[in-house]
Design a protein around this ligand. Sequence first.
Ligand code: PMP
Length: 362
Amino acid sequence: GPDYIRAIAPYQGGKPIAEVAREFGLDEAKIVKLASNENPLGMPESARKAMAGVADGGRYPDGNGFELKAALTEKYGVPAEWITLGNGSNDILELAARAFVQTGQSVVYAEYSFAVYPLATQAVGARALVVRAKDYGHDLDAMLAAIEDDTRLIFIANPNNPTGTFIPGEQVEAFLKKVPAHIVVVLDEAYTEFLSAEQQYDSIAWVAKYPNLLVSRSMSKVYGLAGLRIGYGIAQAGITDLLNRIRQPFNVNAFAQAAAIAALRDTDFVARSATLNAAGYRQFTTAFDEMGLQYVPSSGNFVLVKVGEDAGAGARVNLALLKQGIIVRPVGNYGLPQWIRISIGLEQENTLCIAALKKALV
Ligand code: PMP
């Protein structure tokens, strides 16, 4: 195979509960997993019911997601021709790299940004132009300056993962205005539903203005459907048409489609999830302040906290937490070996995590 495939470092996900139970001799039921930015409420009941109503998993799903696209059309006021459904929003990110970047061309993204950007870039044999972070977030001026003649794609995560940083909408649009029109900008908004009312901005309205903009959204976070794998991209037909040509014909299964339609309409669940998240974030940051721990202010459903000064700190504290049945995410692979990322859970889960962290740090 190509050298650029052999050079890829595999994606490191959150450790599964069953594996941690086995490895550390713990009771699965007592393990708390705050490692993958999932919704601690799990799936909405509305989605569970909709899934149960899917008559026959023996038939292929609707490969074009007619009903789900209709629900998205209703929600966002965009034509169905502007929507691409993905097997998780990761699928959308990867499709963008495959559709717009040739081997040897370049892709711009930020240091400390989402791990799938390097993967998608390397998988097509492209060159990564990784832009130094500013205050753990995107430095948009530096990203503009990093663009080269052969740059074809830019990834921006807003809010960013794993740092939780947020770029105000005006700054994102000012950036879009300056990016040359032949470069596709993927605006990855997996966590957008967690933004406060003051932070919210209307990126979908920008799609009509910028033919090179692809907004990517996930149903894994606030909608609680991570296990079903579903996300979507919104862009003008010029982009969408290409993504749809190269995606797998049945990339989103029938259960996920049914659940997504119900979840999109379940505004109560979304509001409840966002409120719970805001309270859990306060719970964690109050504890970090008391413990004298530095953290990056987060606009997502997770928080990055510094657990030591030496390069082994993140891995060491992660292991000490695992032994206590708490799964978080070490972020050494992101170039942040002194930090861990904690997903915000239920109040009781957060309490257990904070207590375990105190023990891990003595
Ligand atoms: N983008 C960002 C910034 C993320 O953090 C994640 C989830 N880790 C994703 C995209 C992908 O999520 P999914 O494929 O589950 O939609």
